[in-house]
Write a protein that binds this ligand. Structure first.
Ligand SMILES: Cc1cc2nc3c(=O)[nH]c(=O)nc-3n(C[C@H](O)[C@H](O)[C@H](O)COP(=O)(O)OP(=O)(O)OC[C@H]3O[C@@H](n4cnc5c(N)ncnc54)[C@H](O)[C@@H]3O)c2cc1C
Length: 459
């Protein structure tokens, strides 16, 4: 009997799963393994919304494996120790795992390789599982080995010939006698967003099908429409790997048209940030391009930070988006952009404060996408116009022209008609007094000037 272990990490699916297919091709038995890794909790990356979604994913993966005659083996502890122990118990020859991009994923790979080698076992790392194009597969002709600007990256990325998607295996045979911890139920997780979606490959594949049927065609025209809510909402599935990004790109390209092209471009942003993080792992917390900022911190900005986090800044569009985050564990991309610009530029607060708050709530919270998008918004990342400041009122009038998004999330203002909901401070005082809603915590022009002065820009 030839046995291999497949270590699942952020690739919790059976369709289009190169490590699982390779393990099945290498022998007759596999151990599908997931380790609840102490290191991730210790790094402060665990958050209730993601924990609940993860539990759904594990239950669904176990069900998919059982339908094929197998099961998921669950362990918790130090990932290298657990994998080594399972491989020894199963007398496996090799362990298959998807490549990761973060510093943590890379050091995990190294620790696994070393631990397994001690027993004469081999680690096989598979590329293009969590990304469409692996980091480093396309590089600029000169410079640092990675693309610092999106547009040329996208041009090169678009020309890469993708591997074909792999079907889910029909049967998965797991050797008897491998211990597994029980799967933890979602019900045990506290502090969840009320509107948190369900995780798992089945839910992810259903969402992809619905999106290809009804959403993607109009994406180019509707992706910025805040009240329309017309994006795919696939981000959490892509983060946990319940949807394969490679298979998704193939299927979207089959649909074709401007909506499909725009959507594929957005998926490329995901790979773009991953190749930046792979090349510069320290940018998970350090500035990609330091600008000599002297950010405002807890003192003197603590009150403003809390108002931003809780959605009571007095700017209805900012507050609506921040409340959506708390309620759903998700926020529309346009909301993420304008709330991040508001915190880092208008309030001139360190992007790490905002990134931490997002990671505490986002079900799709992802080191590469979150930290590098925050830096993009703060102007310390890859934005080619690092000092642009988004005006929240102008953003509101453009992307929520009738105010429906604000009325959905800020019920205190629901009685205000049309775009007047975006500027309650302009109401006559006697009418303003009817609304239990705060005054703006900052003067937009003063906030903008403070930021531009700090960046040494002419005002
Ligand atoms: C400050 C800030 C923080 C962010 N934090 C995260 C995060 O933690 N995790 C995360 O997945 N995305 C993050 N994003 C990117 C983007 O906002 C979300 O991916 C998107 O809103 C998810 O919704 P969707 O799946 O409906 O997106 P769609 O518009 O349907 O896009 C499809 C997919 O493309 C990818 N994508 C879209 N926009 C971006 C982008 N700007 N950068 C990278 N990938 C993108 C995502 O995987 C997304 O699921 C952040 C953006 C900003 C401005």
């Amino acid at each position: 009997m030839k046995v291999s272990v497949v270590l699942f990490t952020s690739d919790l699916r059976v369709h289009d799963h190169p490590p699982l297919r390779a393990a099945l091709a290498a022998g007759d038995h596999v151990v599908p393994l997931f380790v609840r890794d102490d290191g991730i909790a210790a790094a402060g990356f665990a958050a209730p919304n993601r924990e609940a979604f993860l539990r759904d994913c594990l239950a669904d993966l176990d069900a998919a494996l059982r339908a094929r005659g197998g099961r998921l083996v669950l362990r918790s502890g130090d990932v290298a120790d657990e994998v080594r122990a399972v491989a020894a118990q199963a007398r496996a020859d090799e362990v298959h795992v998807a490549a990761g991009e973060s510093a943590y994923a890379r050091s995990r790979e190294e620790r696994l390789r070393t631990a397994l080698a001690r027993d004469g076992r081999r680690l096989r790392v598979h590329e293009a599982v969590s990304t469409v194009v692996p980091p480093g597969a396309v590089t600029p002709s000169s410079g640092s080995g990675h693309f610092a600007v999106f547009t040329p990256y996208f041009r090169h990325w678009s020309r890469v010939r993708l591997r074909d998607p792999l079907p889910a295996p029909r049967t998965v045979r797991v050797p008897a006698g491998i211990d597994s911890a029980p799967l933890p139920p979602r019900a045990g997780v506290r502090g969840l967003s009320a509107g948190l979606p369900v995780g798992g490959e089945k839910a992810g594949r259903r969402r992809v099908s619905a999106w290809l049927r009804n959403g993607v065609m109009a994406y180019e025209d509707t992706h910025d429409d805040l009240p329309g809510d017309a994006t795919s909402r696939l981000s959490a599935h892509l983060h946990f790997g319940t949807v394969s990004p490679t298979e998704l790109v193939h299927r979207v390209r089959e649909v074709g048209g401007p909506g499909a092209e725009g959507f594929v471009r957005q998926l490329c942003w995901r790979d773009f940030h991953r190749q930046v993080l792979a090349a510069r792992p320290e940018t998970a917390s350090a500035d990609y391009r330091p600008r000599r900022d002297r950010w405002r911190g807890e003192a003197p900005a603590g009150e403003e930070i809390r108002a931003w986090q809780e959605g009571r800044t007095g700017f209805p569009i900012v507050d609506a988006a921040m409340r959506q985050l708390l309620h759903e564990g998700w926020m529309h991309n346009r909301g993420r952009l304008l709330t991040a610009s508001f915190l880092t530029k208008t309030l001139y607060v360190d992007w790490r404060v905002g990134a931490r708050h997002f990671l505490a709530w986002l079900v799709d919270g992802d080191v590469a996408n979150n930290q590098l998008n925050w830096q993009w918004a703060a102007g310390t990342g890859t934005d080619t116009r690092p000092n642009r400041v988004l005006n929240p009122v102008r953003q509101a009038l453009r992307y929520d022209p009738n105010g429906a998004y604000v009325r959905r999330w800020v019920p205190e203002l629901a009685a205000l008609d049309g775009p007047s909901v975006h500027e309650p401070w302009k109401l006559p005082p006697e009418e303003r007094a009817h609304y239990d809603y705060p005054d703006p915590i900052v003067d937009l022009a003063e906030g903008r000037d403070r930021f531009l002065r700090a960046r040494d820009q002419r005002i």
